[in-house]
Ligand binder design. Sequence first.
Ligand SMILES: *Cc1c(COP(=O)(O)O)cnc(C)c1O
Length: 232
Amino acid sequence: MKVSDIAAIADIAREHHCLVLVDNTFLSPYFQKPLTLGADVVIHSGTKYLGGHNDVLSGFVITPAGDIAERLKYIYKTTGSGLSPMDSWLVLRGMKTLALRMEQHQKNALAIAHWLKTQKKVQEVFYIGLEDRKDRELILRQCTGFGGMISFRVDSFETVKQVLSAVKLIRFAESLGGVETLITFPMSQTHAEVPEEIREGLGITDTLLRLSVGIENADDLIADLDQALNGK
Ligand SMILES: *Cc1c(COP(=O)(O)O)cnc(C)c1O
C-alpha cells in the first residue's frame, strides 16, 4: 500500500535512458493510467480486476512503443502463451462491468477501512483512500480512485489466527480483484518466497492481514469482520 510517484520515476528514467514498467493490477485502468503519467509499458494481471470473477487466469502487456510491441509480439508468438478462446471470452465479459465493480470495490473498501480504524485490536490500516495519509496529494494527482485493496496490522498473531479461522462470508484465500471478498495472510501466502529480513523490512510480519474487498453488501462484510475480530 505504498505509493510510488510514477511521473517522477518516469522523469528520472528518461534522463538515464531506462524504460519504466508499471504493474497496474491493483487499480486497473479504470482508476489509474500509467501511460499518461510517462510509463513505457503497463502490465496487468487479467486474473484480478479485469476478469473480476476469480474464474480465469490471464495477463496483459500494453505499450504504445512500436519497437517494444514488436519484440513482445515475437516472444509471445514463439513461447506460445496465447490465451484460449474461452479464457479470452471470460476476460472480455468481465471487463464490461469493470467500471461498476471498481466503484463498488472502492465504496466497500472505504467503509471497511474506516471501520477497521475504530477497532481496538487493529493497530494500523493501510488503504490509499484514507484521508489522513501523508501522500494524499500524490494519490489524488496520480489516480482517480483508490480500489479495493486494504492491509491492516492487528495486535497479535493470536488475533490473526482467530480472524482467519472465524471469517464466514469472507474467504481465507489468496488472489484478489474478484467480486468475492478474500482475506490473505501475506507472510505465508503472497510473500512466502521473500527472504525474512526483506519481508520484515517491508512490514510484512505475522500480524499483517490483507483484504481484497469484493462487491458484497458492506454491512455484511463489516459484521463478518466484527464477529471474527471481536468474537461477537
Ligand atoms: C496476481 C498478480 C500478478 C500475477 O498475475 P497472475 O495472473 O496471477 O499471473 C502480478 N502482479 C500483481 C500486482 C498481482 O496481484
